[in-house]
Write a protein of this length. Structure first.
Length: 403
């Protein structure tokens, strides 16, 4: 009986691998976090780890299990697992994304080195290895600039530096390791999410961010709204995303999440792309809006199973992610959501102390929201955010804190 090794850094409710593979004859062998292990506890092959992202026993165990079960495929949908899965495929000569491809989608400098001079505009950038490089870059290009860790997701560790005082404050903090500095790009940010199977883009759609990816810094919500085909930037964004995929060493099967700006002077500018499904509630939104489960279809492609992808039937739908506030959560609204809410994901725990948002893809409460039109959905997203804010209750935080 064939086995697939799965790096499962998601809760069972989001990725029920056994249900997806039921009837296929393929058995999932899972490596997951201690936090999510209980949800997968009914499966026969589950291995849980503390400090999952950085624990190198994950790789050691993955190699042992892959050999022990003679796995025929490796599946990894989380950013933290992209490279470790690719390295395992290299080592065992398994099909799927290899390390060179994974780095091109994970390392922001490797990514832009491959794209610079291509059909999609790239902001001026430079690898950041010291304070001297930052000072030289600012002297040449001026403020504002953006500094990002090379391989994080969800805008974790990203900083917009607007003047010398903010640069001094950034430099005074501990060095975050390998980073990139680039010019700040003004404008509206969009994302294109989709799926590649057998080297062909079989699904892609552009979305607009409401608020932006750094809203969590101010403990503000962020939302995603699909564009209609009539939107003037709809086709431009799809063309840009396809051009980026063509320039990069895109694996034969992958989901993707690309971010681009449309600037005030109407340029399309690349931000970054990942060879995985989008974070937050994006996958759930796509499922409700188009009837497509990107993770399931991607898993099927990796396992060599026939696609269940049909003709998408679009329904106006958006996604909303609300980060925690500062304080102890004493009441988490649940059970009386507005009628426009189609799906709810609550990660908060009453009695837990929080210290604001951590990254754009992590949230206290996530919602899929519907409506008759995109305008209805946009209004409903704001209404649900207001509904939550009016009902969530917080007690002032202590000086210690847990999250």
């Amino acid at each position: 009986m064939p086995h697939v090794l799965v790096f499962a850094k998601t809760p069972y409710a989001k990725t029920p691998y056994d249900r997806w593979l039921a009837g296929t004859g393929i058995v999932p062998v899972l490596l997951t976090t201690t936090e999510f292990a209980a949800g997968y506890g009914h499966l026969p092959h589950v291995h849980a780890f503390d400090d999952y992202d950085t624990n190198q026993l994950v790789e050691k165990t993955a190699l042992r299990l892959a050999r022990e079960h003679a796995v025929t495929a490796v599946f990894a949908r989380a950013e933290a697992d992209v490279v470790r899965a690719a390295q395992l495929r290299d080592l065992l000569d398994l099909p799927g994304q290899r390390t060179a491809s994974a780095l091109a989608f994970r390392d922001k400098v490797v990514m832009k080195d491959r794209l610079v001079g291509g059909p999609v505009e790239i902001p001026v950038y430079r690898p950041l290895d010291s304070a001297y490089t930052a000072l030289e870059f600012v002297a040449e290009h001026g403020y504002p600039v953006v500094i990002k860790p090379l391989s994080e997701s969800g805008s974790l560790g990203a900083a917009i530096i607007r003047d010398e005082a903010e640069l001094d404050a950034y430099l005074a903090r501990p060095w975050r390791g390998a980073s990139e500095i680039e010019v700040f790009v003004p404008g509206q940010m969009y994302h294109v999410d989709g799926l590649v199977v057998n080297g062909e883009v079989v699904f892609a759609h552009p979305f607009r961010y409401l608020n932006d990816c750094l809203s969590f810094r101010a403990n503000h919500w962020v939302a995603n709204l699909p564009l209609t085909p009539q939107d003037p930037v709809h086709d431009r964004l799809l063309k840009a995303a396809r051009a980026v995929l063509a320039e990069l060493p895109t694996p034969p099967h992958t989901a993707f999440h690309a971010e681009l700006w449309i600037t005030p002077d109407d340029r399309t500018v690349f931000c970054e792309i990942a060879s995985r499904t989008g974070g937050g509630m994006i996958s759930a939104m796509v499922r409700h809006a188009f009837g497509i489960d990107l993770d399931k279809e991607w898993l099927y492609a990796e396992c060599g199973l026939p696609s269940t992808l049909g003709t998408p039937a679009y329904r106006p739908t958006g996604a909303l992610c609300i980060p925690p506030s500062d304080g102890v959560l004493t009441h988490l609204p649940s059970g009386d959501e507005p009628a426009c809410v189609k799906e709810v994901a609550l990660t908060g725990t009453v009695g837990e102390e929080y210290h604001g948002g951590v990254k754009s893809g992590l949230f206290l409460a996530g919602y899929v929201v519907g409506g008759d039109t995109e305008e209805d959905v946009a209004a409903n997203l704001e209404n649900v955010a207001t509904w939550f804010a009016d009902r969530a209750q917080w007690f002032p935080a202590s000086t210690g804190g847990t999250r």
